[in-house]
Design a protein around this ligand. Structure first.
Ligand code: CA
Length: 220
């Protein structure tokens, strides 16, 4: 999962980034509305965290502009204001949810996961394919009840494949959703990670879940 944080308070932006990174997300940061809008229009995010009061273009405008351009990425709005009117304004501009500052990271995290779940039309927090289960909140992966230990990137790739189960996920899409803007890795990094992921997920089972679509990408 890849997120964009648009927040001009550097400290808060960095704290949120740290939390996301620990959760295995790829994170891009913007510190004003203009930069944020540019990134949101040009990169493919699973979620945007958008502060309301921002330099250059404020959060409400950024939100309206993105929706006007048909960018439907879920938006979680951060607001220091707590009047009903402001909340309504935020939601009316196209935000999917809002959280009032100051907030606990725990609450923030559960709202983030709920929004991502909603946007992928998953109602259960646990992703399940055959006897393979993945819990995005606890980061636990099991197959046939047996715990499988994955690195953060392996986990992120598996989560992306499982959220798009039945569809082919291209290498480009994997790179866009698992790495941030500064990614300058080897071109075969995805294939290398899928090899190790397969060893852990499929090797000792007769039924192989991860399939290669040659020249395109992977599917589960
Ligand atoms: Ca602000």
């Amino acid at each position: 999962m890849r997120v964009l944080i648009i927040e001009d308070e550097e400290r808060l932006n960095n704290i949120l980034k740290k939390g996301f990174v620990e959760d295995g997300f790829a994170v891009d940061q913007a510190f004003d509305g203009e930069e944020g809008q540019f990134l949101a229009e040009n990169e493919d995010y699973d979620l945007i965290v958008l502060d309301l009061m921002l330099p250059k273009i404020d959060g409400i405008e950024v939100c309206k502009n993105l929706r006007a351009k048909n960018i439907r990425t879920p938006i979680l709005m951060l607001t220091a204001r707590s009047t009903v009117e402001d909340k309504i304004k935020g939601l009316d501009s196209g935000a999917d949810d809002y959280i009032t500052k100051p907030f606990s990271f725990m609450e923030f995290r559960s709202r983030v996961h709920a929004l991502i779940r909603r946007s992928h039309k998953n109602t259960s927090p646990i992703l399940e394919i055959d006897n393979l289960k993945l819990n995005p909140l606890s980061h636990k992966v099991t197959r046939d009840g047996k715990i499988i230990n994955l690195t953060p990137k392996e986990f992120a790739i598996l989560e992306l494949l499982m959220r798009n189960s039945g569809e082919v996920v291209t290498r480009t899409k994997i790179i866009e959703h698992v790495w941030d803007y500064n990614f300058e890795g080897m071109s075969n990094i995805v294939d290398v990670l899928v090899v190790t992921l397969r060893k852990k997920i499929d090797k000792e089972y007769k039924k192989k879940l991860i399939k290669t679509i040659h020249g395109v990408g992977y599917t589960i």
